[in-house]
Design a binder for this molecule. Structure first.
Ligand code: SIN
Length: 295
């Protein structure tokens, strides 16, 4: 029998690893579950950071309704939405496509926005029989793992998250509708504190992303070893999870607290997902964290 987290009574929450990730069964989100059940799903999302809710039957309309119960749309200046819904994008990968899949390489969604999405929701409509998992890495665990010396070194750094290349990367995908005015994203450089505080729990995390190019007042060459180190720590196996898809799975993640990557291992198969995002908060610097031992 799969282990079930006893702290959740209304839905069955099955942890995926000792760090992050869980599977949720026993809820039909499109059927508007009562508030207590809905809040359990939201709590599971905040506890486990990435959750796959199984056996959903969603289309653009019902995904829109489910998502808006979690909060307003974050906006998405890059992708052309499906007709009739500003907040829903359809990602299609055909069996004969080669090259990178959408969302390949560890990244955070729309990290260059002033308010990066708080939740990303991805619904699996057509899923390969094998492959196409999504992997997640915890930025809270990454921060906790650092030595006191490293925590002191990075405490006041401000990251510059750059939109350069975002348009070209997205336009390279044959079936992804990209807005023509998304070329403007290339000029965006947004500053976020490197050590932030989770607004729900107060826990510190490192705000790194796939588009973090440098730290304020430092060159890219100086910044890169620190960025690479932090991403290397976050992606240590014990701070990650890999969630499998089934047709009808709705995977939701706490976007600012994770990096994620789509896994490119399903050539020859079609994969179709619908994505929407929920508004997040402006990332807030963590209060000074007391050192656990002399640095
Ligand atoms: C994404 O990066 O938003 C998509 C991830 C996936 O398709 O698995």
């Amino acid at each position: 029998m799969m282990y079930r987290d006893p702290k959740f009574q209304r839905v069955e929450v099955r942890p995926a690893t000792g760090a992050i990730g869980a599977e949720i069964v026993g809820v039909d989100l499109a059927a508007r579950p009562d508030d207590a059940t809905f809040e359990e799903v939201r709590r599971a999302l905040h506890v486990y950071k990435a959750v796959s809710v199984r056996d959903q039957k969603l289309d653009a309309q019902s995904l829109h309704e489910v998502a808006r119960r979690f909060g307003p749309f974050s906006g998405n200046p890059v992708h052309i939405p499906v007709e009739g819904f500003d907040d829903i994008v359809r990602f299609v990968r055909e069996p004969d496509e080669t090259g990178k899949v959408i969302g390949e390489d560890f990244h955070m969604d729309l990290a260059w926005m002033e308010k990066p999405p708080g939740i990303t929701m991805l619904y699996g409509e057509v899923i390969p029989p094998v492959g196409g998992d999504t992997m997640f890495a915890s930025l809270e665990h990454a921060y906790n793992y650092l030595s006191d010396g490293m925590k002191a070194l990075i405490a006041d750094l401000v990251g510059v998250h750059c939109g350069k290349g975002v348009f070209a990367n997205n336009a390279a995908h044959k079936h992804l509708g990209v807005r023509t005015d998304a070329t403007k994203v290339d000029d965006i450089e947004t500053e976020h504190p490197l050590v932030c505080e989770n607004p729900y729990t107060g826990r510190p995390y490192v705000f790194v992303s796939g588009v973090l190019r440098r730290f304020k007042g430092m060159t890219e060459a100086e910044s890169k070893p620190i960025i690479d180190h932090l991403i290397g720590v976050a992606t240590r196996p014990e701070f990650t999870c890999r969630l499998r898809w089934e047709q009808g799975t709705l995977t939701m993640w706490d976007n600012p607290r994770l990096l994620h990557t789509a896994i490119n291992d399903y050539s020859g198969y079609r994969r179709i997902t619908y994505r929407t995002t929920v508004e997040g908060a402006v990332p807030r610097a963590a209060k000074a964290v007391p050192m656990s031992r002399a640095a």
